[in-house]
Write a protein that binds this ligand. Structure first.
Ligand SMILES: [Zn+2]
Length: 213
């Protein structure tokens, strides 16, 4: 029956259409990515469960590598970034400059593999847009703002406000397992670390919570 999507079975004059065979998690994730208009092709890397090479904009935002490396990540992270595009575009972000994505390494100071090892994390040091100019996390992020109740706090600069709104929206979107900023530790003093759950473990595909204005 392989390759047969619909099977019509005659049962005493009744025609029953059997349900299509369940897609694999990889097929499902790649279909969700395609449905979001993200151009991609399969990529195989040790450690990545559902590898994709991104070949176009993601959620309407262009991802630019500091070193021109192709963006190869797990499909689950790609879907999260595609969903996050609406937040980024609303803030005037047209380009995300990333410094590290798939990378076989351990979390600093531990023996644990970093989620970068599985293609589930991306580091973002800069955001660029025509109206926005270029925002650098190392220069423009204002540390120590906000708390559990009021995520934003009171940024003093426009660049600081945009970065903080973005961080709060992404953190509360349900799209990412972790959103780490310079507030987290010294290792993150110059970038955001965005991390998704593996496709088979994520509770939702879409953003769950309303945007913060
Ligand atoms: Zn990272």
């Amino acid at each position: 029956m392989q390759g047969c999507v619909l099977v019509a079975v005659a049962l005493g004059g009744l025609v029953v259409a059997a349900a299509p065979a369940a897609a694999s998690p990889a097929d499902h994730c790649r279909a969700e990515l395609t449905a979001r208009g993200v151009s991609h092709r399969p990529a195989t890397r040790p450690g990545i469960a559902i590898g994709v090479e991104i070949t176009g904009p993601v959620g309407g935002v262009t991802y630019v590598a500091g070193n021109r490396t192709p963006l190869v990540i797990d499909c689950s992270l790609a879907v999260s970034l595609a969903e996050a595009g609406s937040y980024l575009r609303a803030l005037g972000v047209e380009q995300v400059v990333w410094s590290s994505a798939y990378s076989r390494r351990t979390v600093r100071g531990t023996g644990r593999p970093s989620k970068h090892s599985f293609g589930l994390a991306i580091d973002v040091p800069r955001l660029v847009g025509k109206e926005l100019g270029a925002l650098a996390v190392i220069d423009d992020y204002e540390q120590g703002l906000g708390d559990r109740v009021d995520c934003l706090g009171q940024p003093a600069t426009q660049g600081g406000a945009i970065l903080k709104v973005m961080q709060c929206q992404l953190a509360r979107s349900g799209l990412f397992h972790l959103v780490l900023s310079p507030d987290y530790d010294d290792a993150h003093h110059d970038h955001f670390h965005l991390e998704a759950l593996p496709w088979t473990e994520r509770p939702t595909v879409r953003a769950e919570r309303p945007a913060i204005h």
